[in-house]
Design a protein around this ligand. Sequence first.
Ligand code: UDP
Length: 255
Amino acid sequence: METTTLLGVEVDCVTMAQAVDRLWDVLRAPDYGCAYVVTPNLDHARLLEERTDLRAAYADAALRVVDGMPLVWASWLFRKPVRERVAGSDLVPELLASASPARRDRPLSFYLLGAAPGVAERAAEPLLALSPHLAFAGCYSPPFGFEHDDGENERIATRIAEAAPDVLVLGLGAPKQELWVHRHRHQLHTKLALCVGATIDFFAGEVRRAPPLVRAVGLEWAHRMVADPKRLIPRYGRDALALPRLLYADLRARR
Ligand code: UDP
């Protein structure tokens, strides 16, 4: 698989179709090692500069798909174009919709971890409707601050291991979801985990996703910022400030 480095982040140059095929290779293998997918964007690039724990989680990821438009733009600028953005929130439905007996005899089971109480239950129905060859393995909304409570972390890992899903959808936001799956991956008895931020919220209808046209022109981030300014303006502000530095470092590394 071809890789490139964009804004300091090593990414896999895959289209959506190639990513889905790659994930089916993981799902068909007998291994329950919890291969996991990360979805790099500008915010992750900034966090990766300063956090060694996130760098370790990224280093062990099975697939790093280019989710953020600034990374796609950087790839154009440096003439190393990635063919398309592969957003985590698109990868989840694409993968689930591709479940069929031709891919694998048994239905594909999925578990939803994250979002506010009651939200994941609501997301399950539209996700299940994507293919008749799916099974819902369960869901859990961890309480606020759970990541600092070792007992709670162990209980969550045990719940997931007992449900033994093929696919674990982690919607805890970055870097929490990446750090959590990295730390607990050997306990989870799942084949594949997808670190996909607000995806559970989108499918529950809790948060409205940008219309397809807005996404197609690369402005999903602007739509999200307008919808949730208090939380996202500071985040995107920090990211925008980091962008020139990351671009410069990237340029120097290419010399
Ligand atoms: N979230 C959660 N537990 C936490 C923190 C966040 O379940 O301790 C959920 C939150 O409810 C939301 C998602 O994580 O559903 C955060 O999504 P965000 O928009 O931050 O994702 P990103 O922008 O990183 O894709």
